[in-house]
Design a protein around this ligand. Structure first.
Ligand SMILES: [Ca+2]
Length: 326
């Protein structure tokens, strides 16, 4: 009896020295030490505390972006979210104007991003980021598109971010994908694009509104936002339009508006023929609708690749602007 107990203790103790039973965790901790000069034991200990969450795998297997536009749109374009945006803008007008001017970004887009991401801070996510990133690094679901390398890289950035910003890595919460704060920054974006707008020496994307607003503005700026330029216009499609022109994944504008018109997609609003653009297709109840999309639409897709996301941000921003200007 005693020997069995001792053997059990030895097994428990020897397990505790490893980076948990997560497949690949030991290699991750070794890599953190060799490539990022992090303390291998600390990283292993963090991974030991990371919990696999089936709910995260489930959420990743059925993203909202898999819905057609007519089902996706009502999630984000609601009276409540529009009114919330007008209120958020009015309450933080000086801050938003300051960030918009500094980073040359249209203010209503900053408000709309924060509105779509977290309902102006009302819902910043309740998953531990450590659990989310470890689950998606070590147990990525079989969706036909394995993104475990991406999440492993984000997990590494998260570990580094802990040192850089003094974040309590066991406590930080975020979305099921590990996005943090009011603007839902992934760890790599946090490190690269977050700014200390209130000048207290830290980049705090949870409780400093200047930092949050400045960071969202800087993110858009760094990805090439064009102040005052259009995001998208509805397109008229000719019966014999070249469907090859419809973008599937990458909305980087590559064709001129004149070329698109020649291919059967004409902007409903006047645009200079040499402006670069792309074509988006969104599924309404009555069938597909097409849109001419510009650089600014592409910049919004840097936040989230889905054209549904970009269109929701754009529509919300316009509704907030008209509410704000009333
Ligand atoms: Ca700060």
């Amino acid at each position: 009896m005693n020997r069995i107990f001792t053997l059990a203790m030895v097994l428990i103790l020897s397990t505790a020295c490893r980076a948990g039973d997560h497949p690949g965790a030991d290699e991750f901790a070794a890599k953190a030490a060799s490539e990022q000069q992090l303390n291998q034991e600390e990283v292993a200990s963090l991974l030991q505390d990371a919990r696999f969450k089936q709910s995260i795998v489930d959420a990743m297997s059925r993203p909202a972006e898999g819905k057609p536009w007519h089902q996706y749109r009502p999630i984000f374009i609601t009276d409540k979210r529009i009114r919330g945006g007008v209120k958020f803008w009015r309450e933080n007008e000086a801050l938003i104007n300051k960030a918009a001017e500094k980073y040359r970004v249209d203010p209503h887009i900053i408000v709309a991003i924060i509105g779509v991401e977290t309902f102006y801070g009302g819902n910043t996510g309740s998953y531990r980021v450590l659990d989310a990133l470890a689950t998606l690094s070590f147990y990525y679901p079989d969706t036909g598109n394995d993104r475990s390398d991406f999440f492993s890289s984000e997990l590494m950035h998260f570990m580094v971010l802990g040192n850089e910003e003094g974040l309590p890595l066991r406590e930080v919460t975020g979305s099921y994908a590990g996005a943090m704060g009011l603007g839902q920054f992934m760890p790599s974006s946090y490190r690269e694009y977050a700014v200390d707008m209130d000048g207290d020496g830290r980049r705090d994307l949870w409780s400093s509104l200047p930092d949050v607003i400045g960071s969202v503005a800087n993110y858009l700026h760094r990805h090439g936002w064009e102040l005052g330029q259009p995001v998208t216009y509805p397109a008229m499609m000719a019966a014999d339009a070249n469907m090859e022109l419809v973008t599937k994944r990458d909305f980087k504008p590559k064709k001129s508006v004149a070329e698109l018109a020649e291919g059967g997609f004409t902007s409903s609003e006047p645009v200079s023929g040499d402006t670069l653009a792309a074509v988006a297709r969104l599924e309404e109840k009555d069938g597909d609708h097409h849109f001419i999309t510009f650089k600014n639409f592409y910049v919004i897709t840097r936040y989230n690749r889905s054209p549904l996301y970009a269109m929701a941000v754009y529509e919300l921003s316009e509704a907030i602007r008209s509410g704000f200007e009333q």
